[in-house]
Design a protein around this ligand. Structure first.
Ligand SMILES: Nc1nc2c(ncn2[C@@H]2O[C@H](COP(=O)(O)OP(=O)(O)O)[C@@H](O)[C@H]2O)c(=O)[nH]1
Ligand SMILES: [Mg+2]
Length: 193
């Protein structure tokens, strides 16, 4: 699947700066260092679209990307990282609190390091997203780090803890495992068909 028009749209530091609430959006979330930026780059086959950082927690603002007209993804700041200041934490909280009010958001991609599995912080995120009425799809990222058997076990454990209508898959940005599936699920969320 090709995304010839994908482009960075804007970074926002507060909800007033969000783009107009029209069309469809999918949010990408996950713990810092789970592999979110790498997943975005491999799904869109565009190195450097989302910055891949070796320093956890460096992406502090919400980044909007346009996939095509009226279809966007939102790169959420990674969580599970000690914030530098209370101001930063308050800014982050205000941005996140504003998202459930956005009509355009239809779903969320949750990036989880397959070796770590779904953590308490991820469960909170899942409950928050489900409460907002969004679809939830989990990418078990960095699957190249595990053998086939352990990958299958991680997928089974994740599927068992997810609620009805939520889905999960194995994924690796490094090996390209699961990229076509992720692209399909994403486009389904972004187009509704
Ligand atoms: N082995 C492996 N490493 C990965 C994969 N995806 C990301 N990484 C590494 O994990 C680290 C964090 O990746 P990044 O995409 O910046 O994670 P983010 O903080 O969630 O955005 C980097 O060192 C990446 O090279 C993957 O699929 N396989
Ligand atoms: Mg990142």
């Amino acid at each position: 699947m090709q995304f010839p028009k994908v482009r960075f749209l804007l970074s926002v530091a507060s909800a007033e700066q969000f783009p107009a609430d029209i069309g469809r959006e999918v949010a990408f979330a996950g713990r810092s260092n789970a592999g979110k930026s790498s997943a975005i780059n491999s799904i869109f086959q565009r190195n450097g679209l989302a910055r891949v950082s070796k320093t956890p927690g460096r992406t502090k603002l919400l980044n909007f990307f346009e996939v095509e007209e009226g279809r966007r993804i939102i790169d959420l700041p990674g969580y599970g990282y000690a914030y530098a200041s209370p101001v930063e934490r308050a800014q982050w909280t205000a941005l996140i609190d504003a998202l459930p009010g956005r009509d355009a958001i239809t779903g969320i991609f949750l990036i989880v390091d397959i070796r770590r599995g779904v953590t308490d912080a991820d469960v909170q995120l899942i409950e928050w997203a489900a409460g907002a009425g969004w679809q939830v799809h989990v990418l078990l990222a960095k699957a190249d780090k595990l053998n086939q058997r352990d990958r299958a076990a991680a997928l089974k454990a994740t599927e068992e803890m997810l609620g009805d209508g939520m889905s999960a898959q194995i994924f690796s940005a490094h090996d390209g495992i699961g990229v076509p599936t992720a692209q399909k699920v994403l486009m389904h969320m972004l187009t509704g068909s």
